[in-house]
Design a protein around this ligand. Structure first.
Ligand SMILES: Cc1cc2nc3c(=O)[nH]c(=O)nc-3n(C[C@H](O)[C@H](O)[C@H](O)COP(=O)(O)O)c2cc1C
Length: 189
């Protein structure tokens, strides 16, 4: 079984990346294959609405999106984390989400399971809206959204790595991963 994770922060070793890695721990412990996409390392250019994908079924922009399309097809489960930027996902992540458009008729993620993580510096800093944005995209792709202990993970941290001092949020990310794993296993039966 395969799981993919996308970390939406442009910062290396950002809090989103750390939380994603914690959410993937239960999959590692269960022997799943894991692919992690760090948007701090990849170049994903935004959709330019050329609509050529309608003819070709893929995006003709030369960037790292092809490996993410492959992973959409490959995975059984998907976890997405994002920093909160102006009460929404990062623009780096939004480019990835928009570019699902090229493969939407193939429905590569339909019937798979997923979950979301958002981290912002403020308490009630827009984490709920960010989770909703990711969940709405997931539902549009036919993904079954799985909650953590309470909906998605809505973590609070500021500087890169600050989240490591907050055991509670690390635990919450792991619970989200565990729940996604549980539902994926149930669907497999
Ligand atoms: C452009 C920008 C916009 C931000 N907007 C918000 C916001 O609306 N709400 C919030 O709580 N934090 C906001 N933040 C703070 C980040 O969400 C916070 O530092 C978070 O920990 C970053 O996650 P990362 O370490 O994964 O990059 C913003 C930061 C930046 C750079």
């Amino acid at each position: 079984m395969n799981v993919m994770g996308i970390s939406g922060t442009p910062r290396k070793k950002g809090n989103s990346e750390i939380l994603l890695r914690y959410a993937l721990k239960p999959f590692k412990n269960n022997g799943w294959n894991i692919k992690i996409f760090l948007l701090s390392e990849l170049t994903i250019k935004p959709c330019n609405a050329c609509e050529s994908c309608r003819e070709t079924g893929t995006c003709n922009i030369n960037d790292d999106m092809q490996s993410i399309y492959d992973a959409f097809r490959w995975c059984n489960a998907i976890i997405i984390s994002s920093p909160v930027y102006y009460l929404n996902v990062s623009s780096q992540l939004l480019s990835v989400l928009d570019k699902h458009y090229a493969v939407k008729f193939d429905k590569p993620l339909e019937g798979k399971v997923g979950g979301a993580i958002a981290v912002g510096s403020g308490t009630s800093g827009g984490q709920t809206i960010t989770i909703n944005a990711i969940h709405t995209w997931m539902l549009s792709c036919g993904i079954i959204c799985v909650p953590g202990e309470l909906n998605g993970v809505k973590a609070v941290a500021d500087k890169p790595g600050d989240i490591l001092n907050q055991e509670n949020w690390l635990k919450q990310a792991e619970i989200l991963g565990f729940n996604i794993l549980k539902v994926a296993k149930l669907l497999q039966k």
